[in-house]
Write a protein that binds this ligand. Structure first.
Ligand code: NAP
Length: 255
């Protein structure tokens, strides 16, 4: 299989390297900024193209650009017979209709960062296809890249994506805020690291619901009020602390 990659960011980097590892040829890389496209094409033993009209000889086009850039790229991409897939959690598959005869989605449900390798075999790949033969094509490709392949429609994928924002993006942001709070109060942010590690290690052994601890879980209103007072000069953190405490309290109605 020969793949043309459109994009040279986080997702393109991970798909490109996973394909290289799986023996799938990325034979062309297109990117808006040539320097990033050339760099990625070199890593993948591929050829950089600076014009979407140069796409040829591919069995698949993998579109891995920012969600907001997808419509613009699609406008510039000539309609053709090469199957076309995007990699977004939140963009409907039907956006590709009319741009290619067959199309689909391969959404990697993981937080991917350019140049930071991970075990792609463990990344859930969430698939959708326009028709049965594209479904077989994409399924075969996905099974070469990952041991976790799931077919779902655009609505289910969008809900999965939203759950990833809650679990990954928001917890990551809370850690950023917690470390800043320590630094502002002349304490070392690294003091949090063992707790952060144990939080995520514990989730391998038990359900998040059961692992919940803290004043809100214990309905210790005195401590909650005290913490809210301590955050008087930080309205963003105070608001988040209050909202999340209320949510935890509501989630454990009996104790
Ligand atoms: N990163 C993740 O964790 C992750 C996980 C699952 C799915 N995804 C999905 O993967 C896709 C790419 O995300 P990413 O994280 O790889 O993004 P990214 O690292 O920010 O890379 C964005 C890519 O889009 C290109 N681009 C941006 N605006 C453009 C425009 N107006 N015209 C043409 N190209 C443009 C960039 O080109 P330049 O280099 O020229 O700026 C770059 O190649 C998105 O649909 C995202 O939802 C991401």
């Amino acid at each position: 299989m020969q793949v043309t990659l459109i994009g040279a960011g986080n997702t393109a980097w991970h798909f490109g390297h996973a394909m290289l590892k799986a023996g799938i040829t990325v034979h062309q890389v297109f990117n808006r900024r040539p320097e990033r496209g050339i760099a990625l094409s070199r890593e993948l033993n591929s050829r950089y193209i600076g014009d979407l009209n140069e796409i040829s000889g591919s069995d698949l086009i993998l579109l891995a650009v920012s969600d907001s850039a997808i419509p613009d790229i699609l406008r510039k991409l000539a309609a053709h017979d090469i199957p076309l897939v995007h990699t977004s959690g939140s963009v409907e598959m039907m956006i590709l209709k009319g741009c290619a005869t067959s199309y689909g989605v391969i959404y990697p449900f993981q937080s991917l960062t350019y140049g930071i390798p991970l075990d792609f075999k463990r990344v859930p790949l969430c698939m959708e296809a326009s028709d049965p033969s594209t479904s077989v094509l994409l399924g075969n490709l996905a099974h070469k890249l990952s041991d976790s392949v799931h077919f779902m429609d655009s609505g289910q994928r969008q809900k999965l994506h939203l759950s990833g924002i809650l679990a990954n993006n928001f917890s990551n942001h809370l850690i950023t805020l917690a470390k800043s709070f320590l630094r502002e109060n002349k304490l070392d942010g690294k003091l949090l690291d063992p707790m952060i590690e144990e939080t995520f290690e514990k989730l391998k052994r038990t359900e998040a619901y059961l692992a919940q601890t803290g004043p809100a879980r214990r309905k210790d209103m005195g401590t909650i009020e005290k913490h809210l007072d301590m955050l008087d000069n930080n309205p963003v953190l105070k608001n988040l602390y209050g909202m999340l405490s209320d949510s935890i309290i509501a989630h454990y109605p009996n104790k």
